[in-house]
Design a protein around this ligand. Structure first.
Ligand code: NAD
Length: 399
């Protein structure tokens, strides 16, 4: 039987995705022609010094210029974006004199694209000078009332799917929080995804960002807010990503590896924007702010425990996924569930993702803060409630 028909899910839904997605190996060269639908001046925010060093930003400006689009380089971010980054870069944009015909270009991994998404929103919403006041769960809870500046997103890592989501994740270390700026209008207007741009991502970063995409695909599929279109996308993404991630890590210039990971990452972003996530993405921001663990790595370490914790309510979903990704295996439902959990653990092992949080420097004294900081939008999508006591136990078991 086709796995799509196993599950009874709500057949009333809304679906959000970028208005235009242009995907393909080598299609970066089309950026000028594609961007001309957005405006006449592109303001560039980048998420990687390597891209700069390789001449990719210079090339971007040349491609734009050939399409009669002027461009201005604004900023490169080298960390996961913080409140001060958003506020400062928003000011740089205002200093550039925003005018009709301007649009933003976010090129980079999740950090660069999130910074561009947040600044696109903040530059047109001026009720407060700081993005803090607009973040979920902290600040003054202000809402975006003005449409953000048009945004072209060009992902260069394959992991977050931020090019297709409604939110930008913003950190602060004092006070410690990692929260989202979120609004339906924040989905980038245009996505240009050229998987070739990711060929320069080092193996370790390819592994951890790729595991973020895989975590998003699994968590969206089992989320308590799961929906039919995202579920179909998740299955395709997982089928492609599970073999492709090792290929991309072990052979960074592999076209198949990079293409399949970039596509899976994009699908994971569309899925999470519509269905939400779960426990792994609930805890990952806490690991980011309290223990400085990069986002993808935090997701990867938490994924096996998340699958085990949710097994009691997700047996049918795990079996559906297993039957789709490994159709030749004839397994009982219980065997199929275990297969999925074992496959993720062995993938993590092959990618050298540590099994224990202590291997990443987490200490027992940090657990209360980690638990307290795990209660965000992502945790609310987990398929079952997890109390603070249970989460404490889960984290202690992972130390
Ligand atoms: P990243 O953007 O921080 O990039 C990781 C590293 O890769 C950086 O050092 C960067 O300079 C480098 N890099 C990027 N592209 C490169 C290239 N082509 N060649 C060589 N090096 C390159 O990492 P990420 O995992 O893509 O993004 C993480 C951020 O995204 C976190 O803040 C996370 O919370 C956020 N996130 C956002 C969403 C969303 O929906 N908005 C979803 C998931 C995660």
């Amino acid at each position: 039987m086709c796995p799509f028909f196993y599950r009874t899910i709500d057949m009333q839904y809304d679906f959000f995705s970028p208005q235009q997605i242009h995907f393909g190996w080598g299609r970066f060269a089309e950026v000028g022609q594609l961007a001309s639908s957005l405006g006449t001046r592109g303001l560039i925010i980048s998420g990687s010094r390597s891209l700069e060093a390789k001449g990719v930003l210079e090339e971007l400006q040349q491609f734009l210029s050939r399409a009669n689009i002027s461009s201005e380089f604004i900023h490169t971010i080298t960390n996961e974006p913080e409140v001060t980054d958003v506020d400062q870069v928003t000011q740089l944009l205002r200093d550039a004199g925003i005018r009709a015909g301007d649009f933003l270009i976010g090129i980079g991994g999740g950090s660069g694209i999130d910074l561009a998404k947040a600044c696109a929103a903040m530059v047109t919403n001026q009720e407060s000078d700081t993005v803090l006041d607009y973040l979920e769960g902290v600040g003054r809870g202000l809402k975006l009332t003005q449409t953000p500046l048009p945004l072209l997103a060009i992902p260069t890592t394959a992991g977050t799917g931020s090019e297709a989501t409604k939110n930008a994740v913003i950190s602060s270390y004092s006070p410690a929080f990692k929260k989202s700026l979120r609004a339906d209008q924040m989905i980038p207007n245009l996505v240009l995804c050229d998987p070739q741009l990711a060929c320069s991502v080092p193996p370790e970063v390819t592994a951890r960002t790729g595991m973020d995409a895989i975590t998003q695909l699994l968590e969206s599929y089992i989320s308590c807010r799961a929906q039919p279109i995202p579920q179909a996308l998740c299955l395709q993404g997982l089928k492609l990503a599970l073999p492709a991630i090792t290929e991309a890590v072990e052979n960074g210039t592999s076209r198949t590896g990079r293409e399949n990971m970039a596509h899976a990452s994009l699908l994971s972003g569309i899925a999470l924007a519509n269905s939400g996530l779960g426990m792994a993405h609930g805890v990952a921001p806490a690991l980011g702010i309290h223990c400085r663990i990069p986002h993808g790595l935090a997701c990867a370490v938490m994924l096996p425990a998340t699958l085990k914790t949710n097994l009691s309510v997700c047996q049918r979903e795990y079996a559906e996924i297993t039957r789709f990704i490994a159709p030749d295996l004839s397994l009982s439902e219980a065997e199929a569930d275990q297969y999925l959990i074992d496959r993720i653990q062995s993938l993590n092992d092959r990618l050298k993702i540590p099994r224990r949080l202590s291997d990443l420097g987490v200490t027992p004294s940090q657990i209360p803060d980690l638990v307290a900081s795990s209660r965000g939008n992502s945790m609310s999508g987990n398929p079952r409630e997890i109390s603070d006591t249970e989460l404490t136990q889960i984290l202690e078991d992972l130390l």
